[in-house]
Write a protein that binds this ligand. Sequence first.
Ligand SMILES: CC(C)(COP(=O)(O)OP(=O)(O)OC[C@H]1O[C@@H](n2cnc3c(N)ncnc32)[C@H](O)[C@@H]1OP(=O)(O)O)[C@@H](O)C(=O)NCCC(=O)NCCS
Length: 330
Amino acid sequence: MEITSFGPDDAADLQAWAALTNAVAAVDAPWEHPVTAAIGAARFRHGWDGEPSTPYLARVDGTVVGGGAVSVSDYDNLDAAWLGVAVHPDHRRSGHGSEILEAMVGAAHDLGRSSLGADAWESPAAAAFAARHGFVAKQSNINRRQLLADIDWPELDSRYDAALPYAGEYALERWDVPTPDDVLPALAEMASAINDAPLDHLDYEDEVFTDARMRAYEAASAGRNERMYRVVARHVPSGELAGQTVVAVEADHPERGDQHDTSVTRAHRGHRLGLLLKADMMRWLRDAEPQLATIDTWNAESNDHMIGVNEVLGYRVMGREIVYQRSAAG
Ligand SMILES: CC(C)(COP(=O)(O)OP(=O)(O)OC[C@H]1O[C@@H](n2cnc3c(N)ncnc32)[C@H](O)[C@@H]1OP(=O)(O)O)[C@@H](O)C(=O)NCCC(=O)NCCS
């Protein structure tokens, strides 16, 4: 088997990656939106916030049988590497997954990373494969999808009105990107509230948010050709930022949206700001992106509070992802 890395300028490899990814999804997660070579190019150029992962393709006699990926961050969790392994459905149970994993473990080792993580849609194959290679399930995440045509607007309005009295000292603001430089420090501080989201048994340090990282996050989203919407709650008496929710719309597929962070800082919880932020976001998107059909979101399965808000907004469960970890030593 030949396992080679590729990059955002490798057109033929990006085509092969898209075909592989879509073939895998057709079996393991048929609800996933199909990817394209252009999506891969943007993803592998920009990543989530300026740290793109390195993708690999595995070929036997010139045929792509699978792929892999290694992602590391220099912002935080400096000992961790996140690995991806996927084998084409026509080529499973031939040892290819194990060989790709070994190569990804080697790449992580070369980067000096001692803690390995991997995520996979819940499946008997992934569970058996992970166990066989010494990985332990540490967290369960739920992928929900909101169908905007199904929003019950009168119900949402009445929930919004019922929540407002709890938030008398707060004002909602709709922010455009890029965020002005002088606002970035306050934004970074507020964004770090996402560290309070439940991690279950995941071995994961707090993420470090800086002005530079917030800038890189917005730049990467723009680089992926997304339109970013941010609604912020401000505590009016103090002027403090109390919470935010962010949704990105894919300009190349404008019917698709992705929910990014929703967080309320500790000092400002208990004022129904989560619901108010998300409801205002729905109203904004209804006007600004009338073609938007779906918004995907992710929550740790244990995150009851956020899931409660999502269900009011008409999300439905698409699938469960399991996050596995082990040390590099195995
Ligand atoms: C999980 C996956 C990568 C396995 O790829 P593969 O090439 O079939 O794996 P291998 O042939 O190397 O299997 C190694 C061992 O894993 C276990 N295993 C793999 N698939 C299995 C299945 N469907 N049922 C039971 N055990 C399985 C077996 O112990 C197997 O050894 P064996 O064939 O000698 O019994 C593949 O099913 C896949 O791409 N799934 C979707 C993506 C994914 O879940 N990635 C996992 C990240 S942790």
